[in-house]
Design a protein around this ligand. Structure first.
Ligand SMILES: [Zn+2]
Ligand SMILES: [Zn+2]
Length: 330
């Protein structure tokens, strides 16, 4: 099969991946083989390619927002031909303290799709059957793909921030994840304040009906109940913290931050304000979000690249040049 392969040794900017023929993956017990139709490109893929996340294997097929059809290893609930999605969490051990306490997102021995195991920048992917989600019908593969990480983790961020209906919520950064989260917030009757750099992202936020939009140095006109930061920047986190009311929460939706600058505790955190990171996702987050997405008819704007141009797809994420989410169509 054709696949885009990342080699830990290589990785010159812009030439992170090589597209080559590799053996089609064998299906182990408990797995299904998926014929990939589309795979979303996430900032995490870029963090892997650029070495911000340490390499776990010498050769890796990245990609963890996989949409395709089951073609082998079918089970009762997943017949041959079932249209399914796969996300970042590709498995957990099921018996560590966190798994036993309904926090499988924090599992001590997680499997990450497209990081600890091969992912979906390929024609086929073998994945654990119990970490596969049947997809709502009527949603094309390329539109479904960005829902599977950007969408689910954006949704989890709203949960971690403790968003309640009708609240004032800040979104810092307006890429793939935020542009899906805003739809959920609007469905919950929230006012959404978007702080983001880049004219294109501010336009997108306005088009999506944000209550207020400002650039990275702007201050929302009201104190926020909750904020979610999407930019991989600690400065943005501190800025969001400075816009909160007492008792407000900032959820940090970033697997990697450049650094966390020092900040004034008395002014910014005192008053029971809270900072939370958002780590991975649970299967319940995935199922709940996909069902809300189907209800709301979420259709993400996407920019498509063929597998042969996987490096250009990563470039588009790196430089935020794409319209909407970046997807590799296989
Ligand atoms: Zn992701
Ligand atoms: Zn576990």
């Amino acid at each position: 099969m054709r696949a885009a392969v990342f080699e830990a040794k290589s990785g010159a900017a812009g030439r992170w991946l090589t597209v080559e023929d590799v053996p089609r993956p064998a299906v182990a017990p408990g797995q299904v083989l998926i014929k990939v139709a589309a795979c979303g490109v996430c900032r995490t893929d870029l963090h892997i390619a650029e070495g911000d996340l340490p390499p776990l294997r010498p050769r890796l097929i990245p990609g963890h927002q996989i949409v395709g059809a089951v073609v082998e290893g079918a089970m009762d609930e997943l017949a041959i031909g079932s249209r399914v999605g796969v996300s970042w969490i590709g498995g957990v051990d099921g018996d560590c303290w966190f798994c036993r306490h309904a926090m499988e997102n924090l599992c001590d021995h997680p499997v990450f799709t497209g990081y600890t195991v091969d992912g979906g920048y390929a024609e086929y992917a073998a994945v654990r059957a119990d970490f596969v989600y049947p997809l709502p019908t009527g949603l094309e593969a390329e539109h479904a793909a960005p829902l599977l990480c950007a969408g689910i983790i954006g949704f989890r961020s709203l949960r971690v921030a403790g968003v309640e209906r009708g609240e004032r919520v800040g979104l810092y950064g307006f890429g793939s994840s935020a542009s899906l989260a805003i739809r959920v917030l609007q469905a919950w009757g929230c006012e959404v304040y978007v702080v983001t750099r880049g004219e294109q992202h501010r336009k997108a936020a306005e088009n999506r009906g944000a209550t207020w939009v400002g650039d990275e140095d702007a201050r929302p006109p009201v104190e926020l109940d909750r904020a979610v930061t999407f930019a991989p920047s600690g400065k943005v986190v501190v800025s969001a913290l400075s816009h909160l009311r007492k008792g407000g929460v900032v959820a940090i939706n970033a697997i990697h931050l450049d650094q966390m600058p020092a900040f004034d505790y008395d002014r910014l955190l005192w008053g029971e304000r809270q900072l939370h990171s958002v780590a991975n996702m649970t299967r319940a987050d995935a199922r709940d979000f996909l069902s809300i997405a189907a209800e709301l008819g979420l259709r993400q704007t996407v920019t498509k690249f063929p597998l042969a141009e996987a490096n250009r797809a990563l470039e588009a994420v790196k430089h935020e040049t794409a319209d909407g989410s970046v997807v590799i169509a296989i």
